[in-house]
Design a protein around this ligand. Structure first.
Ligand SMILES: [Zn+2]
Length: 284
């Protein structure tokens, strides 16, 4: 069993602020520095939102462009994944950065409840985002907040609206959405394997204190793992996470414990069927 584990670092998100944890990177230069540390620690995917200077969520393509340029310079080879989910209600503005051709973008294919609101993903917007990803050769990561989202991704793939075998992320522990439940987690895995093939790659993310739980479940079950300050700002009950890299390091230790190598960016690109990227070596 030498299936290398791909570690994704979700550096910023749309919610956590400096008041929650001063290590949350807000400006583009902070984001580049934080990602670089996480890349050195073992992350091969960066999942990114951008923020305004007052820390409110943004979908400004110019900010995304500056971030992409800096990441390509300072983290060569790392897989860049932009969030299209961070500004529920913003409509097509959520996908305005796709024309920058990031390697990947998150794609939510259905609606569900979030802690204090509805996370709106109406069918016409889902179809438009998926179509834009086809146009610009951006690989979607399907954010499965519910079982139905995995089956919807399968339908979209069968219809040709998603180019490659969908890469699904199981998200558990968002208040008012799917809780952390081991039986559901196992059923998610068996559903992905039934619909997309026994070797289909998948990943998992847990929110708050459950981040470490989902990290360990995913690493032990042969999946890939997402960590980072977007989902969780603490190391444990008493300590704030000092950086995104510290959370990545926690997953690296889980990989050691479960005898999984940590995927290099080349291995991660190969596993996910991604293009090598502008000016980069061929993925191998
Ligand atoms: Zn996100």
């Amino acid at each position: 069993m030498t299936n290398p584990c791909i570690i994704c670092v979700a550096i910023t998100g749309s919610l956590p602020t400096k008041a929650n944890n001063p290590a949350v990177p807000i400006t583009v230069s902070e984001q580049i520095e934080s990602t670089h540390e996480a890349f050195e620690a073992g992350a091969s995917i960066v999942h990114a939102h951008v923020r305004n200077d007052d820390e409110t969520p943004s979908s400004d393509p110019e900010k995304f462009a500056a971030l992409k340029e800096g990441l390509e310079k300072h983290c060569p080879g790392m897989i860049i994944q932009f969030s299209t989910g961070g500004r529920s209600g913003a409509g097509q503005a959520r996908g305005a950065m796709l024309r920058l051709r990031p390697d990947m973008a998150s794609l939510s294919v259905g609606s569900n409840n979030f802690p204090t609101r509805v996370y709106e993903n109406p069918p016409d917007l889902v179809d438009w985002l998926a179509a834009e990803m086809l146009v610009y050769d951006v690989k979607p990561e399907i954010e499965a907040f519910d079982l139905s989202h995995i089956l919807k991704a399968h339908q979209m793939w069968q219809a040709g609206h998603i180019a490659q075998v969908p890469y699904v992320q199981f998200v558990m522990g968002v208040k008012n959405a799917m809780p952390v439940d081991r039986d559901v987690f196992d059923y998610y895995i068996s559903t992905v394997q039934r619909l997309f093939g026994p070797d289909a790659a998948w990943c998992a993310a847990g929110i708050g204190a459950q981040q470490a739980t989902l990290n360990e479940w995913a690493v032990a079950a042969g999946g890939h793992a997402r960590t980072g300050l977007e989902d969780n700002v603490r190391l444990d009950r008493d300590r704030l996470a000092p950086s995104n890299a510290a959370l990545v390091q926690r997953v690296v230790e889980l990989c050691d414990k479960h005898e999984r190598p940590v995927a290099t960016w080349r291995q991660a690109r190969n596993t996910l069927g991604l293009r090598a990227g502008p000016g980069k070596e061929q993925a191998a």
